[in-house]
Design a protein around this ligand. Structure first.
Ligand SMILES: Cc1cc2nc3c(=O)[nH]c(=O)nc-3n(C[C@H](O)[C@H](O)[C@H](O)COP(=O)(O)OP(=O)(O)OC[C@H]3O[C@@H](n4cnc5c(N)ncnc54)[C@H](O)[C@@H]3O)c2cc1C
Length: 422
C-alpha cells in the first residue's frame, strides 16, 4: 500500500522525496494545481539558522496582550481570533519560560544545521535551480541594548554550532553598501555568514518534478477531506475525488494540519500567524542590497531572490484567511524605505506582488514531527517562521522515524506527538 503525504508545501514535498528515496511507494496530494502555492510560495526566502529562537519566549504573552487589537503592533492579535486561540494561547504561554525557550531554540538549531546539509545534498543530486545565494545574512540593530541581548542569545547558540560575528556600523556598510544612508542610525549588526537564500516555491516545484520522475504519484488539484481510521489505525484517505487505502499517512498541511486532525480527535497545538511579503523586479534599482538584511527595530527583512527583491514581515493572529492586509504591506514598505531611502524612487505597488501566507506556528516554537496516537498517522507540521529552513531536515527526520531508524536528532515532546528516539 502507498504511503500518502498530505500537503505539497515545501515540507510535504521534502517528505515525499525522502520516502521515495527509501523505497516507499508514495502518493503526494495537494489541493492547489502545483506544489508550494500557499505559505511556501512567498516567504522571506532565507535559510536561517540565525533565526531559530521560537516566538514563544519570555515576556511574549504580555506583549501580545498589550498589543491586542493595535493595527500597527509587531504581533497583532485580532479580537475576533481570541475565542479560537485560547487553548493554543495557554500552551504558547506555558512554553515561554527561559528554560523551554533555550531548549527549543537549541532543538531548532540542531534541525536547521542538519536541514541545510540535506538541502545542499538534494540540490547537488537533482540540480534544481532555486535562486540559491550564499552571501550570509546581516541582522541590523539600532539600539546597543537590543544588539547586546541578541549577541548573548547567539553566543548561547554558538556553543551548539551557530556561526556569527558582531560587527560595527562601518563594517555593515562594507558588507552591504546599500546601508550607507542609514549608517548613522545603526548600533551595529550580527552577521551570519552561513545563512543562505533561495526560492522555496521554485525548490519545492523542482523537487515535486524530481519526485514524479522517480515514481511518486503527484495528485494536485485534489482536496483531502479526512483521514479514515478505525481501531486506532489508519485505513484510508478520503478526498473530493477518491478514497485511497493506506496504512501510513504523513500530514504536512501546514496551518491546516490542526483542523484536519481535529476530525480524528487529535488536538494539534498549531495556529496560523499571517505574514506579508512584497515582491518586485530588481531591475532599475542599481543600488539595491545584494546581501539579505533583517532590520530588528523595523521588523522586516529585505532579500534579493534571483532577479527580484522580496520584502517581508508582519505577524497577525487573525484566523485562516490568507488575504494580505494592504495597511500591513504599506507599513513594511515604509520601514524598508526608511532603511533604504533609495527604494522610494524604485518601488511601485502597482508593479509588485503583494502576498500573505499563514505561518503554522506551534505552541512550543518547534515543529511537530512524529506519530500520533493513531497507528500509521504521522505529522510533519508546525514549522512557524522556519519552514523553509527546516523543510529538508524535517522530511528526512520523519522518514527515519517511519522506517524505524534512529535519526540522531531529538525534538521536545508536544502533546499528541510521540518523542523521536534520541
Ligand atoms: C511572510 C513570511 C515570511 C517567511 N519567511 C521565512 C524565511 O525567510 N525562512 C523560513 O525558513 N521560513 C519562512 N517563513 C515560514 C515558511 O514559509 C513556512 O513555515 C513554510 O512555508 C511552511 O511549509 P509547509 O509545507 O509546512 O506549509 P504550506 O506551504 O502551507 O503547505 C501546506 C500545503 O497543504 C495544502 N493543503 C492544505 N489543506 C489541504 C487539503 N485539505 N487538501 C489538500 N491540500 C491541502 C496547501 O495547498 C499547501 O500547499 C515565512 C512565512 C511567511 C508567511
Amino acid at each position: 500500500m502507498p504511503t500518502i503525504v498530505l500537503g505539497a508545501g515545501v515540507v510535504g514535498t521534502a517528505t515525499a522525496w525522502y520516502l521515495r528515496q527509501s523505497g516507499h511507494e508514495v502518493v503526494l496530494i495537494d489541493r492547489e494545481a502545483e506544489a508550494a502555492m500557499e505559505t511556501s510560495w512567498g516567504n522571506g526566502g532565507v535559510i536561517h539558522a540565525s533565526e531559530v529562537e521560537p516566538w514563544s519566549q519570555p515576556g511574549m504573552p504580555l506583549k501580545i496582550l498589550r498589543w491586542l487589537g493595535q493595527e500597527n503592533a509587531p504581533m497583532l492579535l485580532r479580537y475576533s481570533a481570541v475565542p479560537h486561540i485560547l487553548r493554543w494561547g495557554v500552551d504558547f504561554a506555558r512554553n515561554c519560560t527561559a528554560q523551554r525557550f533555550r531548549e527549543h531554540a537549541r532543538a531548532n538549531l540542531d534541525l536547521a544545521l542538519h536541514s541545510l546539509r540535506c538541502l545542499q545534498k538534494i540540490g547537488a543530486e537533482t540540480g534544481i535551480a532555486y535562486d540559491r545565494a550564499t552571501r550570509g545574512v546581516l541582522k541590523i540593530y539600532r539600539s546597543r541594548d537590543a544588539l547586546d541581548s541578541a549577541e548573548r542569545s547567539s553566543e548561547f547558540l554558538a556553543r551548539f554550532g551557530l556561526l556569527f560575528e558582531r560587527i560595527s556600523a562601518e563594517r555593515c556598510v562594507q558588507i552591504e553598501p546599500a546601508l550607507k544612508d542609514t549608517k548613522s542610525t545603526l548600533a551595529g549588526a550580527l552577521y551570519f555568514a552561513r545563512d543562505e537564500v533561495g526560492d522555496s516555491n521554485k525548490f519545492a516545484q523542482g523537487l515535486a518534478a524530481a519526485c514524479a520522475a522517480r515514481g511518486v504519484q503527484c495528485r494536485f488539484g485534489e482536496t483531502v477531506q479526512r483521514v479514515e481510521a478505525t481501531d486506532s489505525r489508519v485505513r484510508a484517505v478520503l478526498t473530493d475525488k477518491d478514497r485511497l487505502q493506506t496504512d501510513t499517512v504523513v500530514v504536512a498541511l501546514g496551518s491546516f494540519t490542526a483542523p484536519m486532525l481535529a476530525q480524528n480527535g487529535i488536538r494539534v497545538p498549531i495556529y496560523p500567524v499571517k505574514g506579508v511579503s512584497i515582491t518586485f523586479q530588481r531591475a532599475g534599482w542599481n543600488g539595491a542590497p545584494n546581501v539579505p538584511v533583517i532590520d530588528d527595530s523595523k521588523l522586516f527583512g529585505i532579500v534579493p531572490i534571483g532577479d527580484r527583491m522580496r520584502v517581508s514581515g508582519s505577524a497577525e493572529i487573525a484566523g485562516y484567511d490568507a488575504t494580505p492586509a494592504l495597511s500591513r504591506a504599506q507599513a513594511i514598505i515604509d520601514s524598508a524605505s526608511f532603511t533604504f531611502p533609495e527604494m522610494r524612487h524604485h518601488f511601485d505597488f502597482s508593479k509588485s506582488r503583494i502576498w500573505a501566507g499563514l505561518r503554522p506556528v506551534s505552541a512550543a516554537g518547534t515543529p511537530l514531527i512524529g506519530e500520533t496516537r493513531i497507528r500509521g498517522l504521522w505529522i510533519n507540521a508546525g514549522h512557524g517562521h522556519l519552514g523553509w529552513t527546516l523543510s529538508c531536515g524535517s522530511g528526512q527526520l520523519v522518514v527515519d522515524l517511519i522506517n524505524g531508524r534512529n535519526p540522531g536528532l531529538s525534538l521536545p515532546t508536544q502533546g499528541a506527538i510521540s518523542r523521536p528516539a534520541a
